[in-house]
Design a protein around this ligand. Structure first.
Ligand SMILES: [Zn+2]
Length: 251
């Protein structure tokens, strides 16, 4: 039997049988894969900790008839402190779910894995504006799948513009003349500059961006609809995020 060593982040797991589970992970060698972990839910399982959501490990797996089997693993970074903070858990769960929904099985995307790991390190180790982190993550993740919004001018006539209308379905900004009567979000000069900053910023420099609450909500709405349009599915974790947001606005 061939053993394969790889690194991966656990995106989700489902329980099967009495004590087993199937974990879905994003890996460096095979992209997204499902791996069966026998006995993972037994209290004495050596795999109990390392097969939790968020765990980044070095795994040794073998190919079974239809799925991989987990043979060994060493935790590189567990990111388990995310589980202790409701905000971080809600955003972290969203990042994992978005990656899961965006990716097809067995398609390697090292840039995406890098983006996920960097994001999880930042949530764990830095005090960061989680809404801003989500906005930048959304932009970068969707761009890695070839859907980067076109912001360098009008998407139709390509004229340079300082303000315009963001079209979710066409993936870019129209000038007032080309917009015609299509639905698109009005984008003023300041918001367009923010979008350009978000496009270019490195995750470790998020403090360089300041967004007021109203603009943040507006950009979140645009980006969420943009992502929804491309993945064509709902993200369950968005419900938890909006519940937390509503609760905070009430108190
Ligand atoms: Zn135009």
């Amino acid at each position: 039997m061939d053993f394969i060593k790889l690194q991966g982040v656990v995106l989700k797991s489902i329980n099967i049988g009495e004590s087993d589970k199937i974990i879905t992970m994003l890996t460096d060698k095979f992209g997204k894969i499902d791996v069966v972990v026998y006995g993972a839910r037994k209290s004495n399982s050596k795999f109990m900790a390392s097969t939790q959501q968020f765990c980044y490990c070095e795994f040794v797996i073998s190919k079974g008839k239809s799925l991989y089997n987990l043979k060994q693993c060493n935790i590189i970074e567990s990111f388990q402190s995310i589980l202790l903070n409701l905000d971080k858990l809600a955003y972290g769960s969203y990042f994992l779910e978005l990656i899961d929904k965006l990716t097809e099985k067995d398609s390697v995307n090292l840039s995406l894995m890098g983006l996920l790991l960097k994001t999880l390190y930042i949530i764990t180790h830095d005090e960061v504006d989680l809404e801003l982190l989500k906005l930048v993550f959304d932009f970068k993740a969707i761009s890695l799948f070839g859907n980067m919004p076109y912001l360098n001018g009008c998407i139709k006539c390509r004229k340079k513009i300082e303000f315009g209308y963001f079209s979710v379905s066409d993936g870019g900004i129209y000038c007032p003349k080309c917009k015609e009567n299509k639905f698109a979000y009005p984008i003023n000069k300041e918001t367009l500059n923010l979008l350009l900053k978000i496009k270019n910023i490195k995750l470790e420099n998020l403090r360089d961006i300041n967004i007021d609450k109203k603009t943040m909500n507006y950009l979140q709405e645009i980006m969420s609809n943009y992502i929804k349009y491309y993945i064509n599915r709902d993200l369950k974790s968005l419900n938890l995020l909006s519940q937390i947001k509503n609760y905070k606005e009430m108190i």
